[in-house]
Design a protein around this ligand. Structure first.
Ligand SMILES: N[C@@H](CCC(=O)N[C@@H](CS)C(=O)NCC(=O)O)C(=O)O
Length: 211
């Protein structure tokens, strides 16, 4: 059994989608980060950086294992089940490239954009334009990739797509809200969003945790 500690945010959806894709048995523990539950000692014991998501695998070889950082969790679950991550060679590193691109790029930049453009009480035009441009640049990079390949890693759906799905929805939604619908056009990304979003496991994962 796996314990999933998560919340209703793009990072929180990633392991939920992956657990649904793999069919592994798991229990959900909602960590309401708007109420500061990520600072409770029980959660910090599995996620010392006080961020969701985190998992505890009670059936890991050698005894219970906790894993924090969404990218590490996706790799862990992929290796545990031999699903959605090629076992070696170039194909594995194509998936890794886009996984790390999401964790180090799209996620943090879209997160900062959402904060400065939509939620900050004090408006900072430099920060808004800096992150607006960067999110648009990243979505452009993604759009070009998906104009050449069916999925981010190549021919097959992988943990790179799992990692990017909810963040792409969040990034596009943020730009549309801040700048207007007509300013946002990424055709290959839209094609990919439809393909990935039609997967039953993705639909289920996007509803977890239920609050
Ligand atoms: N690099 C981390 C980022 C996780 C993250 O930023 N989680 C946010 C929610 S999306 C969080 O828990 N924030 C609570 C806090 O910062 O106190 C990952 O990919 O797992």
């Amino acid at each position: 059994m796996i314990d999933l500690h998560t919340w209703t945010t793009p990072n929180g959806r990633k392991p939920a989608i992956m657990l649904e894709e793999t069919g592994l048995p798991y229990r959900v523990h909602a960590v309401d980060i708007s109420k500061g539950e990520q600072f409770q000692p029980g959660f910090l014991a599995v996620s010392p950086n006080n961020k969701i998501p985190a998992i505890v695998d009670h059936d890991a070889p050698g005894g219970p294992l906790s894993v924090f950082e969404s990218g590490a969790i996706l790799v862990y679950l992929a290796e545990k089940t031999d699903k959605l991550l090629p076992s070696g060679g170039a194909a594995r590193f194509k998936v890794m490239e886009w996984l790390f691109w999401q964790v180090g790029g799209l996620g943090p930049m879209a997160g900062q954009f959402g904060y400065f453009a939509l939620r900050a009480e004090t408006k900072n035009p430099d920060a808004v334009s800096r992150f607006d441009e960067e999110v648009r640049r990243l979505l452009g990079v993604m759009d070009r990739r998906l104009g050449q390949a069916e999925y981010l890693g190549g021919d097959d759906y992988s943990i790179a797509d799992v990692a990017c799905y909810a963040w792409t929805i969040s990034a596009l939604g943020g730009l549309k809200k801040a700048d207007g619908e007509q300013t946002v056009k990424f055709d290959s990304v839209d094609r990919w969003l439809k393909t990935v979003g039609d997967r039953p496991a993705v639909k289920r994962g996007m509803e977890i945790p239920k609050v």
